[in-house]
Write a protein that binds this ligand. Structure first.
Ligand SMILES: Nc1ncnc2c1ncn2[C@@H]1O[C@H](COP(=O)(O)OP(=O)(O)OP(=O)(O)O)[C@@H](O)[C@H]1O
Ligand SMILES: [Mg+2]
Length: 417
């Protein structure tokens, strides 16, 4: 049992079993593999806050794939933890929003960073390192950071497939593996648990990874034709907005789709539960969507479409049809799809969108009906606004016509004449 000296100072934080496991670990590297919402990120950050308060002048680095990932994940959780703990607020001198650094009165800091490459990761040293969603970070970057970490490394991820953690770390004597899932997180609503468990009927492999935290072999992603971009090019032409209605358990998802140079450019606008139609209208306005912009929406909700139309929005129901899901996927697969870095939820969905597998293990022509509240609106835009033939894959291989020389019947004439 913990004694007073080692006891974490913020029992008021409400630590889960994962918190204890991480806090009392003496391993050099603590690997937190787990299903979704098991409380990994939250617990590790609580540990980091405790460490920063307990020891003066510590440098703690939290790293994620990029800044949007930090903002939507580790940094947001850290701010929640901070706001919920008075003890923590008393120990904190300042939060530097621009540089994303928590500064403590005892001189410790927790910095939130992302690194472009291994060279970039060579800058700075630290006492503790937290690698959030480590499968988004290359071994090279991790390795450079690890070399410059004095005390302990925490790692977390959902194990979609094996990667460098499995190949190079797990099984080593100085590495502790903790596997968790939503059942280890006492702070979760039943509806979230039910949603996670319902993966079982959709896809066993997804269930294994996201509901049980076991290493999967999630292969066969439907879209492998998408790439990250920093912004929508200035000369890209807006095709339409896509909108999927949700409410209690499902998010309402909205995005804008543009075209430039035969490629699609997509930017997520919002992704939230609990939005009424009036809220959606406010969100559209706040995101700068014009009332003349066509919004292709889920036609299963005619009442919501009519509501928005009466508020002056240019909303059209997505075309329906027996094969509309398969057709729209086929259309989208013909394009190079550029997704803005800030479209975190769309990126997550694209990384999880797979074909269903039947009882015998055979892939069927139906996507798993989960994590598609931004992919569906993207499909709606494809159905209504993009040609079935697609122009994204038009290969301009035909040479320009050159008239045959008339005068000399030389080798050219002999060859093709
Ligand atoms: N100690 C806690 N006190 C209060 N709420 C908590 C605590 N731990 C977890 N939660 C809640 O559970 C949610 C899920 O936790 P967290 O984001 O840490 O899970 P995760 O395992 O990192 O999930 P993912 O793998 O999807 O990133 C948090 O957003 C928070 O609302
Ligand atoms: Mg997490």
């Amino acid at each position: 049992m913990m004694d007073d000296i080692n006891a974490p100072p913020f029992s008021g934080l409400g630590g889960s079993v994962l918190f204890g496991q991480n806090y009392f670990s003496r391993a050099q590297i603590v690997v937190n593999q787990g299903g979704t919402s098991s409380g990994k990120t939250y617990a590790i950050e609580q540990v980091l806050f405790c460490l920063a308060c307990q020891t003066a002048k510590l440098v703690i680095t939290v790293v994620a794939q990029d800044v949007p990932n930090l903002k939507a994940g580790a940094l947001r959780d850290a701010l929640n933890i901070y706001q919920q703990s008075e003890a923590l607020q008393n120990a904190m001198k300042n939060f530097n929003k621009t540089d994303r650094v928590f500064e403590f009165t005892n001189g410790s800091i927790i910095e939130f960073k992302s690194y472009d490459n291994a060279q970039d990761a060579k800058s700075g040293k630290r006492d503790y390192l937290f690698v959030n969603e480590a499968n988004g970070i290359s071994w090279d970057i991790y390795h450079e950071l690890a070399l410059r970490t004095r005390q302990r490394i925490f790692i977390d991820y959902n194990p979609n497939t094996g990667f460098w953690v499995h190949e190079k770390l797990i099984g080593q004597p100085h590495v502790q593996l903790i596997i968790s899932d939503h059942r280890h997180n006492p702070y979760l609503d039943q509806s979230v648990r039910d949603k996670i468990e319902s993966l079982k009927k959709d896809d066993l492999e997804l269930w294994k990874v996201y509901a049980r935290g076991l290493t999967g072999k999630i292969t066969g992603l439907i879209f492998n034709n998408w790439y990250l971009c920093n912004q929508i090019p200035d000369d890209a032409r807006l095709i339409a907005a896509g909108l999927d209605f949700g409410f209690t358990n499902d998010q309402t998802g909205c995005l804008l789709v543009y075209r430039q140079n035969g490629e699609l450019w997509v930017n997520e606008l919002f992704y939230e539960t609990g939005l009424t139609n009036a809220d959606i209208a406010d969100k559209l306005k706040a995101c700068g969507v014009n009332k003349t912009t066509e919004i292709i929406a889920d036609s299963a909700e005619p009442k919501s479409i009519e509501d928005l139309k009466r508020m002056g929005w240019h909303v059209t129901g997505a075309k329906k049809g027996a094969d509309s899901i398969k057709n729209s996927i086929d259309i989208l697969k013909r394009y190079k799809i550029n997704v803005t870095r800030t479209s975190i939820n769309l990126r997550n969905e694209l990384n999880r969108y797979i074909w269903r597998v039947d009882q015998s293990g055979k892939t069927i022509n139906q996507p798993v009906d989960k994590w598609n509240h931004l992919i569906d609106p993207l499909r709606y835009v494809a159905l209504n606004k993009l040609k079935v033939g697609g122009e994204g894959n038009k290969i301009k291989s035909r040479l320009p016509f050159v008239p045959r020389p008339r005068s000399s019947a030389g080798i050219f004439e002999q060859m093709i004449g």
